[in-house]
Write a protein that binds this ligand. Sequence first.
Ligand code: GLV
Length: 326
Amino acid sequence: MKNKIFVAREVFQEVLDFLAPHCEVQANQEDKVLTAEELAGVLADKEGAMTTLTERIDESLLSRCPRLKAVCNIAVGYNNIDLAACNAHGVLATNTPGVLDDTTADFAWALILATARRLNEAEAYIRARQWDKWKLKQFLGLDVHHAVLGIIGLGRIGQVVARRAMGFEMEVLYHDVRRAAPEIESACRATYVPKEELFRKADIVTIHIPYSRETHHAVGAPEIALMKKSAILIHAARGGVLDDAALVEALRKGAIAGAGLDVFEGEPAIHPGFGELKNVVLSPHIASSSEKTRFRMAMKAAENLVAALASGNPPNLLNPEVKKGA
Ligand code: GLV
């Protein structure tokens, strides 16, 4: 008998076609975000689930889903999955590392350039038919070329962001909990500095660390207070790493020049202060959203699920402690 699986959010038809020969698939192609109760109800008779950051997989859910063997997230971040609870219930958890680094780094650059050059303000101005003459001092922005770029987190995505900076002939500083290997530093032409020095020296700070209890508000009022008044802050990692209220306060006071944000604490709700500020570029968690990359992410999650149910050893296993026979 085929394993039953639930695909929790809308995916590409090709992904469902790939799954169909392997499993009995129930798919939420209407894309409604299920409540915890609804999710527990649907997963009660399922062996596998393909999830996204909108589904919380925790003890309360797992204790109601006795047949569940694998949860495969369509994301590299997995703070929606409680790994300790998965371990306790023998549930394999996977993510999608590697396939979204370039696309996410490209988007961080889109935010860097748009924020530095005030593209959203300029566009709103022209759409409002306010443009009546050319002015020398119109929408004066921050030069990206030859600026100092400070990268918080030189992991897979941070490294790609750093390599892209060579084209802009920037000085790249980074901070991470662990210093990167010398060959990574030299490939990225990035210099390790203490966190305080990075915030003090950078013209552009961009955040690329995962969210966890340890990284909650890793960038908050004390770090923002160190930044130059002319500097900008970019965040395309995960909501909660940045203290959004502290950023709103800093922007209101003019303590920094602007921010480009793709992720938010408590998204899809955002801090109401962002809506009132002109000097923020906002996007709805789309950094990895190119046609090719979102397809590859969903397909990778599907491949993980098929492998998890067939062999107990999926390629992107997050909790090897529950591996079959381990
Ligand atoms: C998106 O946030 C991801 O983690 O892939």
